[in-house]
Every structure is written in C-alpha cells, then in structure tokens.
Design a protein around this ligand. Structure first.
Ligand code: NAP
Length: 307
C-alpha cells in the first residue's frame, strides 16, 4: 500500500514527487507514455526562474526527477490503463499490475494535438513547436507559420509577431472558431497573413533535421505550393490525459479535471496538478507550483488520518 502515487512525470508530477519525498511519504511516480511531459519535447527553456542562461527542457525535467529520487521517490515506467477511485485505497492498473494507494495526485498533463504528418513529428523540437511562449523567442527576424483557427492560434500568431518578420496563419476552413475579439486583433496586426481553406501536406526538411519550409494546399482551388518557413507552430488544441479516470472524476466537457479548490478534485484524497486541470496558463513554472500544492494537500490529509 502506497501513501502517495503520482501519475505523470512532467513538471507537475516531478515537483509533487520532490515535496512528497521530502515529507518522507516515499511517493511512487508512474512515468506515463510521454515521460518527462511536454518539457521533454522542447529545446531551450528561458523562462523558468533560476536559470539565467536558460536550460535545455529535457535536462530541466531530468534534474527534477534526480532531485525527487534523492529524497526517496520511486519511478515506474508505463501508463495507467484503468483506475478504481470509488473507494480508498484507490486502485490503479499500471500496465497490468494493480497498485493501491491512500492518496493520488493526477499530474498526467495535456498533450498537444498535432497534425500527424510524419515530417511534423520528426521535426518537433527542431523548428516544430506547440508552444509560442516557450519557443517564439528563437525566431527573431524569421518567417513563422501558425496552424489553427481557434483562440490559441490567434493568440500565438499575435504573440509571435513580436519576434517574426512575418507570421502566416494557416486554417483549414474559411471561418474561424476563435472569438471575434481575438480574430479582430489578429486581423488588425499587419504582420499576420491569413491563409484560409489551406492545409499543410509536408514540413521540410527532415534530412536536415531543421524546418526550412512547408508544402501547402488550398482545399477550394486544389492549388499546391511551397513556402519558406523557419518556425512552425501547431495550435490546434490540447487533449487532457484523463481517459483512465473518465466517469469517476469531475471533468469539463473537454476532459480537463475540475478543481474543487486548491489542488482538490471531487474525490477526497485525489488531487490534481498541472495541465491536466489548467487550460489557461500551461507553463512549466505554473505546473511545478501546482505539483507543490498537490503534494502539500496529500501530506496534510495523510497526517490528519494518522498515516
Ligand atoms: P480549439 O478552440 O479547439 O480550436 C482548434 C482549432 O484547430 C480549430 O480552428 C480547428 O479547426 C483546428 N484544428 C483541429 N484539428 C485540426 C487538424 N487536424 N488540422 C487542422 N486544423 C485543426 O482549441 P484552442 O484554440 O486551443 O482553444 C481551446 C480553448 O481555450 C477554447 O475554449 C479557447 O476559447 C480557449 N482559449 C482562450 C484564449 C483566450 O481567450 N485568451 C486563448 C487560448 C485558448 P476547425 O475550426 O475547422 O475545427
């Protein structure tokens, strides 16, 4: 029987592990299928306080894990396939092995939705990004492309005009899903060029392991063309990783966990941390803070129960 099981090994999960381990709770971290979370997909992180020269994303999250292990956290490879949160101890099926725990911290994150092109997948972290706040800075004076037609795409396109010489916004339909105010703001920005009814067929150049351009196609005319691009930002939404908990934990219609104050969920003893609950800030530092909150809440509950 575990005191604390943490699902997810990104910023939120690792920070929860550091705090829970230092409280002598010997937490078990289930690494998940994207071990290290979204930081493991980025290159340089320049906005995590404490690293004035910046730090490589995988290195930062690796350091967090090492720090948690130093205090006694254990890590287990694999993902949670199903969960029974109806009664305590909670039960988790991790790749076929059932684990029991008194408290659970869900820090399974949200995965960026990608177009799914093989070339796009190969170039993630090499010019392909899902986070303008993280990576926009690297494209100062460069050509940037943003994919999507929702508020995120509008917001990212606007933000990226601070860096790029030009930002092309590529959307598969004529009409945008984004709110009017966000569309108006983007339309008023002279650096943003709109390419509606257009899809991306290929991202170049996998042989150089660097984004150099894209192949586009207009869905109405069928016209296809190539365009030079340095930074390729995909902003077509995120998918919270809550499937194993579906039907047991309160979520919104998109699957994000609903907070019941602090790090609490609707189930006493189950806490949330990071992007699995946060659809607004989604930063490494906010996820780390949320992991700290969840661990402190778990610790206090266990203490109140005499464990
Ligand atoms: P979203 O509203 O779901 O929009 C996703 C966009 O990506 C849609 O335009 C969709 O096209 C497009 N898309 C999806 N799959 C695609 C694919 N395979 N290929 C090409 N395009 C694809 O997601 P979001 O923009 O991330 O926003 C999520 C939520 O956060 C929304 O509720 C939004 O209002 C909110 N948000 C708010 C703000 C703000 O107010 N400041 C900022 C960001 C996000 P279709 O339209 O054709 O389906």
């Amino acid at each position: 029987m575990r005191n604390v099981v943490i699902v997810g090994s990104g910023c939120a999960g690792n920070t929860a592990a550091v705090y829970a381990a230092r409280a002598n709770l010997k937490p078990l971290v289930i690494s998940g299928y994207e071990a290290g979370g979204q930081l493991s997909l980025t290159s340089e992180v320049e906005n995590f306080p404490g690293f004035p020269e910046g730090i490589n994303g995988p290195h930062l999250v690796g350091n967090m894990k090492t720090q948690a292990e130093r205090f006694g956290a254990e890590y287990m490879d694999g993902s949670v396939l199903e969960a029974d949160l109806q009664q305590r101890p909670f039960r988790l099926n991790v790749e076929g092995e059932w684990i029991e725990t008194r408290t659970l911290i869900i820090a399974s994150g949200a995965s960026a939705r990608w177009l799914g092109l093989p070339s796009e997948q190969r170039l993630i972290g090499h010019g392909v990004s899902s986070c303008a706040t993280c990576d926009g800075f690297f494209y100062r004076g460069k050509k940037i492309m943003v994919i999507g037609g929702g508020d995120s795409a509008m917001e990212e396109a606007n933000y990226l005009t601070r860096f790029g010489d030009e930002v092309s916004l590529v959307h598969r339909r004529e009409n945008f899903r984004a709110s009017k105010i966000m569309i108006d703001r983007a339309r008023a920005n002279p650096k943003i060029k709109f390419l509606n009814n257009t899809v991306v067929d290929e991202v170049y150049d996998v042989s150089k392991m660097l984004v150099t351009g894209v192949k586009l196609r207009n869905l109405q005319t069928g016209e296809a063309w190539e365009q030079d691009v340095d930074g390729f930002f995909v902003a077509i939404g995120h998918i919270p990783n809550t499937r194993p908990f579906k039907g047991q934990i309160d979520t919104d219609e998109d699957g994000y966990i609903l907070s019941h104050g602090g790090a609490r969920t609707n189930i006493p003893g189950v806490f949330h941390a990071g992007d699995v609950q946060d659809r607004v800030y989604r930063q490494a530092i906010t996820a780390a803070g949320a992991g700290c909150m969840a661990a402190i809440e778990a610790e206090r509950l266990l203490e109140a129960e005499g464990h």
